[in-house]
Design a protein around this ligand. Structure first.
Ligand code: AMP
Ligand code: MG
Length: 469
């Protein structure tokens, strides 16, 4: 096979990482290989053996390393985090552009702190399922190239089967990577990192300020897309925000069933810092940390630079709001713009909240079902529907087609993900495979997958998710 690796991050100075191979495991066994993605990357799916997926064997051309970064975790500053359970194998350069190939759960590194460097099969399945579902929904995300069992146990609340995920990303450069070098006052490294990130993600940015503007725009669009499908990231620490604008780090994430703007799933997010409707605010908070890290690279008077950066941050809303409106207009069948649209949409959302309606099922019921089954508050549906119908009457084209293309039928519902994980712990991976297969077609499911669209019964609801460590 032609050597398709070209490891640009590994050519940065050695204070950006520690070079080391994955720690071998005793009993590698393939869980799943994403053949289609492998081919897109120019990799032969057959080369993704159990040995390769667990890091026991390395593909030719890789140059494995653990990246260093810092971050704010729930607002608290941690000066050094880094890949404590991941190894960047290298970068492939195929038709889709440069992509990182990383192993997650691949053993101890200098950044493991008190951790064991491992992952258990639950979080690996969760990330596989949800990241691939995000991709199918058209939302920028890291992806799952494969997963394998290690044949070893991992001790958490109990002993679980160990696993490794092979993850693909446009890069693993985080807000926290910039913070790491800024906090150390390492201006030369910051400059190199900026040039590297610009070359990879925003080649037409011409300096720190325009780079910041690009990241702000990418994150604003990304978070608006999350909101449009009811996604809660759950752990939006600055080390979990990629400057590429891809969704990264599927820990205690969840898609809402019942809609509520203050919904939280993560067991460790007791203050609701990362609640559903807080996500745009948190994104701005994180981007402000990026802006602060970039200030030393900005020319001229520092005060002027800070003002300029603030102005760029304030631009978040200028990208977020139109994208949010575009997405939610489509969800109710609108492609044109009228002044009353926002009130129409928020009117629906507030009725959904007070009726404890299922987010996904309510929107799909607008085209195929009875929304009144979901918007059950007394008179709530009847007080909204006439305005909506009147608005639809002024809409050219085919509103139903607009809605069908905007409202997924299938999302990775928590209780299904949890069922797949529980079955996996017992050695049955069929529900995992079925879920991954089904979620590849979120807008147009196969008839046999239709039951995966059903919201959980009250006794099936999963209201807490846990960090996948
Ligand atoms: P996360 O909350 O998954 O974003 O992880 C935060 C930090 O903890 C990162 O530096 C991880 O590499 C590290 N970490 C998480 N789990 C483990 C583990 N099992 N072993 C070592 N490091 C870990
Ligand atoms: Mg992380």
């Amino acid at each position: 096979m032609r050597d398709i690796f070209d490891n640009s991050y590994a050519r940065l100075p050695d204070r950006f990482y520690t070079k080391l191979p994955p720690v071998p495991v005793t009993g590698p066994q393939v869980l799943r290989v994403n053949d289609a993605l492998a081919r897109k990357l120019g990799l032969d799916p057959a080369s993704l053996s159990a040995e390769v997926l667990t890091g026991n064997a390395l593909l030719p051309g890789t140059d494995p390393l653990a990246q260093v970064y810092a971050g704010h975790q729930f607002g608290g500053w941690v000066p050094r985090l880094g890949d404590g359970r991941a190894i960047l194998l290298g970068e492939v350069t195929g038709d889709v552009g440069r992509r990182d190939i990383q192993l997650k759960g691949s053993g101890i590194t200098p950044y493991s702190r008190n951790g064991d460097g491992r992952a258990w099969v639950g979080p690996v399945m969760r990330e596989y399922i949800v990241s691939e579902a995000m991709h199918a929904l058209g939302i920028p995300t890291t992806r799952a190239l494969g997963a394998a069992l290690t044949g070893e146990g991992v001790q958490r609340e109990r002993r679980y089967p160990g696993a490794v995920l092979m993850r693909v990303a446009a890069s693993h450069i985080r807000v926290g990577t910039f913070q790491y070098f800024a906090a150390r006052g390492d201006r030369p490294a910051l400059r190199l990192l900026l040039d590297h990130a610009i070359a990879r993600h925003y080649p037409d940015a011409d300096g720190p300020l325009s780079f910041l503007a690009k990241v702000v725009e990418a994150q604003a669009r990304l978070v608006a897309k999350w909101m449009s499908v009811g996604f809660i990231h759950g752990v939006m620490n600055t080390d979990n925000m990629a400057v590429s604008g891809e969704t990264i780090d599927y820990g205690p994430c969840a898609f809402m069933d019942t809609y509520h703007p203050r919904m939280v799933f993560s067991s460790i997010d007791q203050q609701g810092r990362y609640a559903f409707q807080e996500q745009p605010n948190v994104a701005v908070w994180n981007l402000a940390q990026l802006a602060t890290s970039l200030l030393p690279l900005m020319d001229g008077d520092p005060e002027h630079a800070a003002d300029e950066a603030t102005r760029v941050l304030e631009g978040f809303a200028d990208h977020f709001s139109p994208e949010w409106m575009r997405l939610f207009r489509a969800k109710v069948g609108l492609t044109t713009q009228e002044d009353g649209d926002e009130a129409l949409i928020t009117g629906l959302l507030s009725r959904m909240a007070s009726s404890q309606a299922d987010f996904t099922a309510t929107f799909t019921a607008l085209t195929g079902g009875d929304p009144g089954d979901h918007i059950t508050d007394e008179g709530a549906w009847d007080s909204w529907a006439p305005d909506w119908q009147a608005r639809l009457a002024r809409e050219p084209g085919d509103p139903k087609a607009t809605m069908r293309a905007a409202n997924p039928v299938l999302i990775p519902r928590n209780h299904r993900v949890e069922q797949a994980i529980q079955a996996g712990i017992g050695g049955d991976y069929a529900p995992f495979h079925r879920l991954v297969d089904a979620l590849a077609r979120p807008f147009d499911p196969r008839p046999e997958d239709a039951n995966l669209a059903t919201p959980p019964r009250v006794d099936e609801r999963v209201l807490r998710t846990f960090c996948g460590t």
